[in-house]
Design a protein around this ligand. Sequence first.
Ligand code: TXA
Ligand code: MG
Length: 316
Amino acid sequence: MAQVGKDIDLAISLLESDELVGIPTETVYGLAGNALSESAILKIYSAKNRPKFDPLIAHTYSIDAIHELVKHIPSKALKLAENLWPGPLTLLLEKSEEIPDLLTSGLPRVAIRIPNHPLTLKLLKKLSFPLAAPSANPFGYVSPVEAEHVNEQLGDKINYILDGGKCAVGLESTIVGFEGEDPVVHRLGGIAIEELEKIVGKAKIETNNSSNPAAPGMLKSHYSPGRKLIIGDIAVNAEKYKDKRIGIISLSEDYSHLAVTNFILSQAGDLEEAASNLFRALRQMDNPKLDLILTEEVPNIGIGLAINDRLNRAAV
Ligand code: TXA
Ligand code: MG
């Protein structure tokens, strides 16, 4: 198991020696290493068992620090950055020579974000390099939203996890690229489309799957909780599968009388609260006492789109 704590100096000395550290962000925990070091990047791919065609996000602490990592920032990208960073937004920008091809899987753009977590911002400010950090889960599994989740799955592969408590947003960042000046959303996430569009106007959404070369990591099947997940009318499906040991993830209704276990995402039906609980719920349902998981889509507004996206990928 990895050591867990708040020792930034220890994290710095590990990262400076190309070792990996689990770091908190407002979205999910990241598995961090020096984004400019091929040796650290290789360790990340290997610890996650992640294919090298799936590039990593570089994290830094200020827009100024980004200028040397990219060739050009479209004006709408700058507007988004100024309004939403630090925050759950990742921008795809044309990379400079500084960025190793291994980080971007040979693609011409690099994914960059400034995360909104005090401990990690402090860490990033003290480092002389950006941090590559994919979500700190084995490839294909649910992303971690607590330090303990990282330790459960990657604890034997890393030395240290910075403990920043529970992730406030609980879903990964929204990824936005640009066709010329026009924004294109490649992954739904913590920043709602409505919020983006208020700042830069209409955005195209292209989030489909692995055949989309702009976002190679958006595989259709992802976030797997380890057993079959069925999306639909919970009461109807509970009747249909009444001979099975059922786990239920519901938005706000109590179905505990129909299930071995029922995780309610938000009693009040609040979508932000539901998002922050979703990965914890999926993880809890990865339980040998269950045969299958029943769940339902939430309203397709705000962060609800990202919740439904993750549910549908977890269901494949
Ligand atoms: O919220 C987040 O973004 C978290 C925290 C730790 O910051 N990170 C995260 O990283 O979700 P990861 O590696 O699990 O997902 C990154 C996604 C992948 O789908 C990857 O394919 C895509 O970003 N991506 C990264 N670099 C890219 C690039 N240059 N072009 C296109 N897609 C890219
Ligand atoms: Mg991930």
